[in-house]
Design a protein around this ligand. Structure first.
Ligand SMILES: *Cc1c(COP(=O)(O)O)cnc(C)c1O
Length: 375
Protein backbone atom coordinates (compact mmCIF):
# COMPACT_ATOMS: atom_id res chain seq x y z
CA UNK A 1 0.00 0.00 0.00
CA UNK A 2 1.34 3.45 -0.91
CA UNK A 3 0.09 6.00 1.59
CA UNK A 4 -1.19 9.35 0.43
CA UNK A 5 1.02 11.14 2.94
CA UNK A 6 3.84 10.25 5.33
CA UNK A 7 4.96 13.09 7.62
CA UNK A 8 8.46 14.36 6.81
CA UNK A 9 11.26 12.90 8.93
CA UNK A 10 14.95 13.59 8.46
CA UNK A 11 16.53 11.56 11.27
CA UNK A 12 17.67 14.49 13.41
CA UNK A 13 14.31 15.32 14.96
CA UNK A 14 14.62 13.17 18.10
CA UNK A 15 18.12 14.44 18.83
CA UNK A 16 16.86 18.02 18.72
CA UNK A 17 13.76 17.23 20.75
CA UNK A 18 16.02 15.61 23.38
CA UNK A 19 18.15 18.72 23.35
CA UNK A 20 15.10 20.89 24.01
CA UNK A 21 14.25 18.61 26.94
CA UNK A 22 17.83 18.74 28.25
CA UNK A 23 17.77 22.53 28.01
CA UNK A 24 14.80 22.44 30.42
CA UNK A 25 13.03 24.60 27.89
CA UNK A 26 9.99 22.73 26.79
CA UNK A 27 7.64 25.70 26.95
CA UNK A 28 7.51 28.27 24.18
CA UNK A 29 10.13 30.63 22.76
CA UNK A 30 13.19 28.56 23.66
CA UNK A 31 16.31 28.04 21.58
CA UNK A 32 14.66 26.07 18.77
CA UNK A 33 11.72 28.44 18.40
CA UNK A 34 14.19 31.31 18.09
CA UNK A 35 16.22 29.34 15.55
CA UNK A 36 13.13 28.59 13.44
CA UNK A 37 11.99 32.23 13.53
CA UNK A 38 15.46 33.42 12.55
CA UNK A 39 15.64 30.83 9.77
CA UNK A 40 12.43 32.13 8.18
CA UNK A 41 13.42 35.76 8.64
CA UNK A 42 16.73 35.08 6.92
CA UNK A 43 15.21 32.94 4.18
CA UNK A 44 12.23 35.15 3.33
CA UNK A 45 13.33 38.62 4.37
CA UNK A 46 10.13 39.16 6.37
CA UNK A 47 10.33 41.78 9.12
CA UNK A 48 9.26 39.19 11.70
CA UNK A 49 8.39 35.52 11.88
CA UNK A 50 6.58 34.15 14.93
CA UNK A 51 6.13 30.42 15.29
CA UNK A 52 2.57 29.52 16.28
CA UNK A 53 0.60 26.47 17.34
CA UNK A 54 -0.95 26.19 13.86
CA UNK A 55 -1.62 28.03 10.63
CA UNK A 56 -5.20 28.39 11.88
CA UNK A 57 -3.85 30.30 14.88
CA UNK A 58 -1.48 32.38 12.77
CA UNK A 59 -4.50 33.42 10.68
CA UNK A 60 -6.47 34.18 13.85
CA UNK A 61 -3.62 36.40 15.01
CA UNK A 62 -3.67 38.18 11.65
CA UNK A 63 -7.43 38.72 11.96
CA UNK A 64 -6.90 40.26 15.42
CA UNK A 65 -4.01 42.42 14.20
CA UNK A 66 -6.07 43.55 11.22
CA UNK A 67 -8.75 44.57 13.72
CA UNK A 68 -11.47 42.58 11.98
CA UNK A 69 -14.80 43.25 13.68
CA UNK A 70 -18.43 42.25 13.59
CA UNK A 71 -20.03 43.28 10.32
CA UNK A 72 -16.78 43.45 8.37
CA UNK A 73 -16.46 41.53 5.13
CA UNK A 74 -13.47 39.46 4.09
CA UNK A 75 -12.95 38.24 0.52
CA UNK A 76 -11.51 34.77 -0.11
CA UNK A 77 -11.98 31.74 -2.34
CA UNK A 78 -14.53 29.08 -1.38
CA UNK A 79 -12.13 26.39 -2.53
CA UNK A 80 -9.98 26.34 0.62
CA UNK A 81 -9.60 24.80 4.04
CA UNK A 82 -12.03 25.82 6.78
CA UNK A 83 -9.34 27.65 8.78
CA UNK A 84 -9.08 30.38 6.15
CA UNK A 85 -12.67 31.36 6.94
CA UNK A 86 -12.82 30.39 10.64
CA UNK A 87 -10.27 32.99 11.71
CA UNK A 88 -12.50 35.80 10.43
CA UNK A 89 -15.86 34.28 11.33
CA UNK A 90 -14.60 34.09 14.94
CA UNK A 91 -14.27 37.88 14.86
CA UNK A 92 -17.85 38.25 13.63
CA UNK A 93 -16.98 38.97 10.01
CA UNK A 94 -18.92 37.80 6.97
CA UNK A 95 -16.96 35.78 4.48
CA UNK A 96 -17.46 36.74 0.83
CA UNK A 97 -16.46 33.96 -1.51
CA UNK A 98 -15.22 34.67 -5.01
CA UNK A 99 -14.81 32.12 -7.81
CA UNK A 100 -11.46 30.51 -8.62
CA UNK A 101 -9.44 30.29 -11.82
CA UNK A 102 -9.66 26.82 -13.34
CA UNK A 103 -5.95 26.75 -14.21
CA UNK A 104 -4.41 27.27 -10.75
CA UNK A 105 -7.47 26.70 -8.52
CA UNK A 106 -6.60 30.06 -6.94
CA UNK A 107 -8.95 33.01 -6.38
CA UNK A 108 -9.69 34.77 -9.68
CA UNK A 109 -8.01 38.14 -9.19
CA UNK A 110 -10.24 39.68 -11.86
CA UNK A 111 -13.39 39.00 -9.83
CA UNK A 112 -12.24 40.49 -6.53
CA UNK A 113 -12.94 44.14 -7.18
CA UNK A 114 -16.60 43.54 -7.98
CA UNK A 115 -17.07 41.85 -4.58
CA UNK A 116 -15.82 44.87 -2.62
CA UNK A 117 -18.37 46.83 -0.58
CA UNK A 118 -17.90 49.57 2.00
CA UNK A 119 -17.74 46.83 4.64
CA UNK A 120 -14.84 45.01 3.02
CA UNK A 121 -11.74 44.99 5.24
CA UNK A 122 -9.42 42.32 3.88
CA UNK A 123 -8.57 39.99 1.03
CA UNK A 124 -7.27 36.52 1.84
CA UNK A 125 -5.55 34.88 -1.13
CA UNK A 126 -4.86 31.16 -0.68
CA UNK A 127 -1.86 29.84 -2.60
CA UNK A 128 -3.24 26.45 -3.58
CA UNK A 129 -0.70 23.66 -4.01
CA UNK A 130 2.07 26.17 -3.26
CA UNK A 131 1.40 28.00 -6.54
CA UNK A 132 1.03 31.73 -6.05
CA UNK A 133 -2.08 33.79 -6.65
CA UNK A 134 -1.69 36.77 -8.99
CA UNK A 135 -0.30 38.95 -6.21
CA UNK A 136 0.55 42.11 -8.19
CA UNK A 137 -3.06 42.51 -9.16
CA UNK A 138 -4.34 41.65 -5.66
CA UNK A 139 -1.95 44.09 -3.95
CA UNK A 140 -2.95 46.79 -6.40
CA UNK A 141 -6.66 46.29 -5.63
CA UNK A 142 -5.91 46.29 -1.89
CA UNK A 143 -3.94 49.50 -2.16
CA UNK A 144 -6.62 51.31 -4.12
CA UNK A 145 -9.39 50.23 -1.74
CA UNK A 146 -7.35 50.45 1.45
CA UNK A 147 -7.71 46.75 2.30
CA UNK A 148 -5.47 44.46 4.30
CA UNK A 149 -4.03 41.39 2.57
CA UNK A 150 -3.53 38.23 4.60
CA UNK A 151 -1.90 35.43 2.62
CA UNK A 152 -2.93 31.91 3.49
CA UNK A 153 0.45 30.48 2.57
CA UNK A 154 -0.14 27.25 4.51
CA UNK A 155 0.98 25.31 1.45
CA UNK A 156 3.42 27.91 0.16
CA UNK A 157 6.59 27.56 2.25
CA UNK A 158 9.61 27.91 -0.12
CA UNK A 159 7.45 29.06 -3.06
CA UNK A 160 7.88 32.45 -4.71
CA UNK A 161 6.01 34.93 -6.89
CA UNK A 162 8.26 37.08 -9.07
CA UNK A 163 11.07 36.16 -6.72
CA UNK A 164 9.20 37.14 -3.55
CA UNK A 165 8.61 34.37 -1.00
CA UNK A 166 4.93 33.60 -0.46
CA UNK A 167 3.72 34.91 2.87
CA UNK A 168 5.85 38.06 2.60
CA UNK A 169 3.87 39.91 -0.08
CA UNK A 170 0.70 40.77 1.86
CA UNK A 171 0.53 42.58 5.20
CA UNK A 172 0.53 39.21 6.94
CA UNK A 173 1.30 35.66 5.85
CA UNK A 174 0.40 32.37 7.53
CA UNK A 175 2.39 29.13 7.17
CA UNK A 176 1.40 25.64 8.28
CA UNK A 177 3.63 22.91 9.69
CA UNK A 178 0.87 20.36 10.06
CA UNK A 179 2.01 16.82 9.32
CA UNK A 180 0.52 17.00 5.83
CA UNK A 181 2.67 19.97 4.84
CA UNK A 182 6.16 20.09 3.30
CA UNK A 183 7.83 20.84 6.66
CA UNK A 184 6.23 19.70 9.86
CA UNK A 185 6.22 19.86 13.64
CA UNK A 186 3.08 17.75 14.01
CA UNK A 187 0.83 20.70 14.60
CA UNK A 188 2.26 24.16 14.10
CA UNK A 189 2.47 27.25 11.98
CA UNK A 190 4.01 30.68 11.68
CA UNK A 191 2.87 34.24 11.25
CA UNK A 192 4.94 36.42 8.94
CA UNK A 193 4.66 40.13 9.61
CA UNK A 194 5.54 42.66 6.96
CA UNK A 195 5.35 45.94 8.88
CA UNK A 196 7.52 46.81 11.86
CA UNK A 197 4.53 48.61 13.44
CA UNK A 198 2.65 45.31 13.88
CA UNK A 199 5.44 43.34 15.55
CA UNK A 200 4.95 44.43 19.14
CA UNK A 201 1.16 43.98 19.00
CA UNK A 202 1.67 40.52 17.52
CA UNK A 203 4.05 39.51 20.30
CA UNK A 204 1.54 40.69 22.88
CA UNK A 205 -1.44 38.87 21.32
CA UNK A 206 0.63 35.68 21.04
CA UNK A 207 1.61 35.84 24.74
CA UNK A 208 -1.83 36.09 26.36
CA UNK A 209 -1.97 39.85 26.01
CA UNK A 210 1.22 40.41 27.99
CA UNK A 211 4.48 42.13 27.14
CA UNK A 212 6.44 39.06 28.19
CA UNK A 213 8.50 38.97 24.97
CA UNK A 214 9.88 42.42 25.76
CA UNK A 215 10.59 41.27 29.30
CA UNK A 216 12.59 38.27 28.09
CA UNK A 217 14.64 40.53 25.87
CA UNK A 218 15.43 42.66 28.91
CA UNK A 219 13.67 45.71 27.48
CA UNK A 220 11.44 46.09 30.55
CA UNK A 221 11.95 44.92 34.16
CA UNK A 222 8.56 43.30 34.73
CA UNK A 223 5.84 42.09 32.48
CA UNK A 224 2.15 42.77 32.71
CA UNK A 225 -1.21 42.36 31.00
CA UNK A 226 -1.42 45.12 28.40
CA UNK A 227 -4.00 43.98 25.81
CA UNK A 228 -6.32 41.13 24.80
CA UNK A 229 -4.56 38.04 23.60
CA UNK A 230 -4.37 34.29 23.66
CA UNK A 231 -1.74 31.55 23.77
CA UNK A 232 -0.43 31.03 20.30
CA UNK A 233 3.12 29.90 21.00
CA UNK A 234 4.13 26.26 20.51
CA UNK A 235 6.33 24.16 22.79
CA UNK A 236 10.04 24.30 22.02
CA UNK A 237 9.94 20.50 21.59
CA UNK A 238 7.76 20.93 18.54
CA UNK A 239 10.02 23.68 17.23
CA UNK A 240 13.00 21.34 17.66
CA UNK A 241 11.28 18.79 15.44
CA UNK A 242 10.69 21.43 12.77
CA UNK A 243 14.21 22.82 12.94
CA UNK A 244 15.67 19.46 11.89
CA UNK A 245 13.74 19.82 8.64
CA UNK A 246 14.55 23.47 8.05
CA UNK A 247 18.25 22.58 8.18
CA UNK A 248 17.77 20.49 5.06
CA UNK A 249 14.87 22.44 3.59
CA UNK A 250 16.48 22.68 0.14
CA UNK A 251 17.06 18.95 0.04
CA UNK A 252 13.44 18.26 0.96
CA UNK A 253 12.25 20.78 -1.62
CA UNK A 254 14.43 19.27 -4.36
CA UNK A 255 13.25 15.76 -3.55
CA UNK A 256 9.62 16.84 -3.75
CA UNK A 257 10.19 18.69 -7.02
CA UNK A 258 11.84 15.61 -8.53
CA UNK A 259 8.73 13.57 -7.68
CA UNK A 260 6.43 16.27 -9.05
CA UNK A 261 8.41 16.51 -12.27
CA UNK A 262 8.38 12.74 -12.74
CA UNK A 263 4.58 12.67 -12.36
CA UNK A 264 4.27 15.53 -14.80
CA UNK A 265 6.52 13.92 -17.41
CA UNK A 266 5.02 10.48 -17.21
CA UNK A 267 1.40 11.65 -17.24
CA UNK A 268 1.96 14.19 -20.03
CA UNK A 269 0.84 11.73 -22.76
CA UNK A 270 -2.54 11.32 -21.03
CA UNK A 271 -2.89 15.07 -21.00
CA UNK A 272 -1.97 15.30 -24.67
CA UNK A 273 -4.54 12.62 -25.46
CA UNK A 274 -7.14 14.84 -23.79
CA UNK A 275 -7.88 12.32 -21.05
CA UNK A 276 -6.79 14.30 -18.01
CA UNK A 277 -5.60 17.75 -17.07
CA UNK A 278 -2.38 18.44 -15.20
CA UNK A 279 -1.47 21.31 -12.83
CA UNK A 280 -0.54 24.63 -14.42
CA UNK A 281 2.21 26.79 -12.90
CA UNK A 282 2.16 30.37 -14.26
CA UNK A 283 5.44 31.77 -15.51
CA UNK A 284 6.04 34.13 -12.57
CA UNK A 285 5.63 31.40 -9.99
CA UNK A 286 8.20 29.03 -8.55
CA UNK A 287 6.37 26.31 -6.67
CA UNK A 288 7.41 23.93 -3.90
CA UNK A 289 5.81 20.71 -5.14
CA UNK A 290 3.38 20.75 -2.24
CA UNK A 291 0.90 18.74 -4.21
CA UNK A 292 0.44 16.81 -7.44
CA UNK A 293 -3.07 16.46 -8.78
CA UNK A 294 -4.81 15.38 -11.93
CA UNK A 295 -8.23 16.46 -13.11
CA UNK A 296 -10.59 13.79 -14.32
CA UNK A 297 -13.53 14.46 -16.65
CA UNK A 298 -16.09 14.76 -13.86
CA UNK A 299 -17.07 13.60 -10.39
CA UNK A 300 -18.12 10.15 -11.61
CA UNK A 301 -14.83 9.51 -13.38
CA UNK A 302 -12.88 10.80 -10.40
CA UNK A 303 -14.68 8.46 -8.01
CA UNK A 304 -13.90 5.50 -10.28
CA UNK A 305 -10.28 6.71 -10.54
CA UNK A 306 -9.77 6.93 -6.77
CA UNK A 307 -11.39 3.50 -6.28
CA UNK A 308 -9.28 1.91 -9.03
CA UNK A 309 -6.06 3.26 -7.51
CA UNK A 310 -7.12 2.04 -4.09
CA UNK A 311 -7.67 -1.47 -5.43
CA UNK A 312 -4.13 -1.31 -6.79
CA UNK A 313 -2.77 -0.21 -3.41
CA UNK A 314 -2.42 3.52 -4.10
CA UNK A 315 -4.12 6.05 -1.85
CA UNK A 316 -5.24 9.09 -3.79
CA UNK A 317 -7.68 11.59 -2.36
CA UNK A 318 -9.96 14.40 -3.42
CA UNK A 319 -9.67 17.78 -1.75
CA UNK A 320 -11.83 20.63 -0.46
CA UNK A 321 -15.58 20.57 -0.69
CA UNK A 322 -16.23 24.27 -1.39
CA UNK A 323 -16.95 26.18 1.82
CA UNK A 324 -20.01 28.01 0.48
CA UNK A 325 -21.82 24.68 0.19
CA UNK A 326 -21.03 23.67 3.81
CA UNK A 327 -23.52 24.45 6.62
CA UNK A 328 -21.23 27.03 8.27
CA UNK A 329 -20.45 28.54 4.88
CA UNK A 330 -24.14 29.13 4.29
CA UNK A 331 -24.47 30.65 7.76
CA UNK A 332 -21.40 32.88 7.80
CA UNK A 333 -20.71 33.58 4.18
CA UNK A 334 -22.06 34.33 0.76
CA UNK A 335 -20.83 33.64 -2.73
CA UNK A 336 -20.42 36.77 -4.80
CA UNK A 337 -21.05 36.29 -8.50
CA UNK A 338 -21.34 33.01 -10.33
CA UNK A 339 -19.85 29.71 -9.18
CA UNK A 340 -18.51 28.90 -12.60
CA UNK A 341 -15.47 26.87 -11.60
CA UNK A 342 -15.30 26.39 -7.83
CA UNK A 343 -17.68 23.43 -7.60
CA UNK A 344 -17.07 21.99 -11.05
CA UNK A 345 -13.27 21.96 -10.83
CA UNK A 346 -13.17 20.78 -7.21
CA UNK A 347 -15.21 17.72 -8.20
CA UNK A 348 -12.69 16.75 -10.88
CA UNK A 349 -9.53 17.00 -8.84
CA UNK A 350 -7.68 13.98 -7.39
CA UNK A 351 -4.38 14.25 -5.51
CA UNK A 352 -1.63 11.65 -5.87
CA UNK A 353 0.80 10.60 -3.10
CA UNK A 354 3.63 13.08 -2.65
CA UNK A 355 5.89 13.12 0.37
CA UNK A 356 9.55 13.28 1.32
CA UNK A 357 10.74 9.69 1.13
CA UNK A 358 8.39 8.50 -1.63
CA UNK A 359 10.65 6.56 -4.02
CA UNK A 360 10.82 6.94 -7.80
CA UNK A 361 9.87 3.25 -8.09
CA UNK A 362 6.69 4.04 -6.18
CA UNK A 363 6.05 7.09 -8.35
CA UNK A 364 6.49 4.97 -11.45
CA UNK A 365 4.12 2.36 -10.11
CA UNK A 366 1.53 5.06 -9.39
CA UNK A 367 1.95 6.48 -12.92
CA UNK A 368 1.59 2.98 -14.43
CA UNK A 369 -1.61 2.58 -12.45
CA UNK A 370 -3.00 5.92 -13.57
CA UNK A 371 -2.16 5.07 -17.19
CA UNK A 372 -3.77 1.63 -16.79
CA UNK A 373 -6.98 3.27 -15.54
CA UNK A 374 -7.17 5.48 -18.58
CA UNK A 375 -6.51 2.57 -20.94
C1 LIG B 1 -3.25 23.10 6.12
C2 LIG B 1 -3.97 24.34 5.79
C3 LIG B 1 -4.46 25.20 6.78
C4 LIG B 1 -4.46 24.87 8.24
O1 LIG B 1 -3.22 24.63 8.77
P1 LIG B 1 -3.10 24.18 10.30
O2 LIG B 1 -1.64 24.36 10.58
O3 LIG B 1 -3.53 22.76 10.37
O4 LIG B 1 -3.93 25.07 11.13
C5 LIG B 1 -5.04 26.39 6.38
N1 LIG B 1 -5.16 26.73 5.09
C6 LIG B 1 -4.72 25.92 4.11
C7 LIG B 1 -4.86 26.37 2.69
C8 LIG B 1 -4.12 24.70 4.42
O5 LIG B 1 -3.71 23.91 3.44
Amino acid sequence: MINFNVPPYTGKELEYVSQAVANHKICGDGEFTRKCNAWFEEKTGTAKCLLTTSCTHATEMAALLANIKEGDEVIMPSYTFVSTADAFVLRGATVVFVDIRPDTMNIDENLIEDAITERTKAIVPVHYAGVSCEMDKIMDIAKRHNLIVIEDAAQGVMSTYKGQPLGTIGDFGAYSFHETKNYSMGEGGALLIKHEKDIEDAEIIREKGTNRSKFFRGQIDKYTWVNYGSSYLPSDMNAAYLYAQLEIAEQINDARLAIWNRYYERLQPLKEAGKIELPIVPENCVHNAHMFYIKAKDLEERTAFINFLKEKGVMSVFHYVPLHSAPAGVKYGRFHGEDKYTTKESERLARLPLYYGLTMEQVDYICDTVIEFYE
